[in-house]
Design a protein. Structure first.
Length: 278
């Protein structure tokens, strides 16, 4: 996983999944060049850029670095009181907050949510865009929403722009039915992780074969494959997916998986109707 630059914690590079942290390097690890430049558009960088471009604006940031629990409410209270002109934030600013004075909302790089390796990526992107659009124009003045995207014709973006919930659901249901994804099938995700990559892979392959042998007609075994987050907290991760149109045959295959013994250095987890595919 790539590391993210955080200036609020002493200019360090941090992993957003396991909290691993290192100092910012002064030279390139590959060629030793000293001319390092920053990439990406995290909330800190956007905040800095806005302060440079609009020096008279009162800019604040709301993300997990600067606000958690009571702290986030303090930032939102300042926004409601008119003490903040521009609020830069992550998805937490979209979660149902009533900010009546907001008339302009901007979504930067909406494509990042669409690129997640999950069949629900389109649904989650649409949900996020509709939610964030709802933050604009809640008071007496009309609101405007700007979405930055390289895929303006993608259903998640196009339907969100029209706030067409029934239209998106109809399109998404057609796509899910064609590809046999829920709600037109039932899924179970079987995950394996271990400190040794070979051990995790071997157990994943072995248990997947047990599932194939035990699975009745109508159950597919997809994989094994490395997890999208192939290594997390120093543990290697693999998984396979069971898919069926009915719960009963899926349950039979899962019982065989659950009863199989697993190497003591390998962890196995069974997630029925998984919400997170990472």
């Amino acid at each position: 996983m790539s590391l993210t630059l955080h200036r609020s914690k002493g200019a360090s590079l941090q992993c957003h999944y396991c909290d691993y942290s290192v100092e910012v390097p002064t030279v390139c690890a590959e060629c030793s060049a000293a001319r390092l430049t920053e990439e990406g558009s995290g909330t800190e960088r956007i905040e800095t850029t806005l302060k440079q471009v609009l020096p008279s604006a009162r800019v604040a940031r709301l993300d997990r670095d600067v606000a958690a629990g009571v702290k986030s409410e303090a930032v939102l209270d300042r926004m409601r009181a008119g003490e903040i002109d521009i609020l830069v934030g992550t998805q937490m600013v979209t979660k149902g907050h009533d900010l009546p004075n907001v008339t302009l909302v901007g979504v930067l790089n909406a494509d990042s949510a669409l690129s997640m390796p999950d069949f629900r990526a389109s649904e989650r992107t649409f949900h996020l865009l509709v939610q964030v659009a709802g933050r604009a124009g809640r008071g007496d003045n009309p609101g405007r929403v700007l979405i930055q995207t390289r895929q303006p014709k993608h259903p998640a973006v196009a339907f969100a722009l029209r706030h067409d919930v029934p239209g998106f659901i109809e399109q998404e249901m057609r796509d899910r039915e064609e590809l046999h994804f829920p709600p037109f099938s039932r899924l179970a995700l079987v995950r394996f992780d271990a400190l040794e990559e070979a051990q995790a892979l071997a157990e994943c392959e072995r248990i997947a074969q047990i599932a194939r042998v035990a699975a009745p007609s109508g159950v597919e075994v997809l994989g094994p494959t490395p997890a999208p987050l192939a290594r997390l907290r120093n543990r290697y991760r693999f998984r396979f997916v069971l898919r069926a149109f009915d719960r009963k045959p899926l349950r039979e295959a899962l019982l065989a998986v659950a009863r199989a013994s697993v190497h003591r250095l390998v962890r196995m987890a069974i997630d029925v109707d998984p919400v997170n595919m990472l």
